[in-house]
Structures are given as structure tokens and as C-alpha cells.
Design a binder for this molecule. Structure first.
Ligand code: HEC
Length: 107
């Protein structure tokens, strides 16, 4: 009986990371380090970037971005000219985590 419970516990523990697409806490760390300088704390973009890009720079907490599916956010992220250097240095999983964090910005 004990082994059965142990096996069930093991299976549950192993499947937990699969259940969550990204880790919002890790995403926040990355956002603060790598994204905030341009997108600002609340995702609206710094005043300088807002001025330069206008409507091209979408507020990350806003309806338009929040309505996008994760792969669409990944796509627009990958296509943004400003992200070229950033893209090269991201580790696998970073984007999933940061998208999970962006989801928490929703107002
Ligand atoms: C050097 C400044 C800069 C940094 C750093 C940066 N971004 Fe951006 N990002 C932009 C600009 C400017 C745009 C919009 C214009 C464009 O398409 O290039 C954009 C677009 C986006 C978009 C698509 C929505 C839109 O406004 O078109 C997402 C999502 C995004 N960024 C997320 C992130 C995340 C997550 C990070 C950190 C991992 C990050 N950005 C780091 C400048 C930056």
C-alpha cells in the first residue's frame, strides 16, 4: 500500500511543472532585469519609448496584448526590432516565464 501512495506522489510531483506553462515569479525577475528599462514597471512603456513608438508600442497590461494567445505574444516579441540583442541571450523557458508574468499585469 505504501508503495502505491509513494508512486502516486511521485507521478503528481513529476507532472506539476508540465501543468504550469510558465513561472510568473521567475518571469517577474527577468522582466525587472531585462524588460523594465523599456516597457516600464506597469508594461506601458517608458515615456521616451512611448514618444518614439506611439501606437506601435502596446501597453503589455492592455486589452490588445492580453487578448493575444501565448504563441502570438511570442511572435510579436520575436518580430520587434528592439528585441534582437535580447532574443539572442534568452534561455529556453524564459519567454514562457515572462509571458506568465505579463498575464499577471492584466488590470
Ligand atoms: C530596448 C528596449 C526594449 C526592451 C529591452 C524590451 N522591449 Fe519589448 N518592445 C520594445 C518596443 C519599442 C516594442 C514595439 C515596437 C516594435 O515592434 O519594435 C516592443 C514590443 C514588445 C511586445 C509586443 C507588443 C507590442 O508593443 O508590439 C512584447 C510582448 C514585448 N515587447 C515584450 C518584451 C519583454 C517580455 C521584454 C523582456 C524580456 C522586452 N519586451 C524587452 C522595446 C523593448
Amino acid at each position: 500500500m505504501k508503495t502505491i501512495f509513494l508512486s502516486i506522489g511521485f507521478i503528481v510531483a513529476m507532472s506539476l511543472p508540465l501543468a504550469a506553462a510558465g513561472d510568473a515569479a521567475k518571469g517577474k525577475e527577468l522582466y525587472t532585469k531585462r524588460c523594465k528599462i523599456c516597457h516600464a514597471d506597469d508594461g506601458a512603456g517608458t515615456p521616451a519609448l512611448q514618444k518614439k513608438y506611439g501606437a506601435k508600442l502596446l501597453p503589455l497590461a492592455g486589452k490588445e496584448v492580453q487578448a493575444m494567445k501565448d504563441p502570438d505574444i511570442t511572435k510579436s516579441f520575436s518580430e520587434a526590432v528592439n528585441h534582437k540583442a535580447l532574443l539572442k541571450s534568452l534561455q529556453p523557458g524564459d519567454l514562457d516565464n515572462v509571458i506568465a508574468y505579463i498575464r499577471t499585469m492584466k488590470k
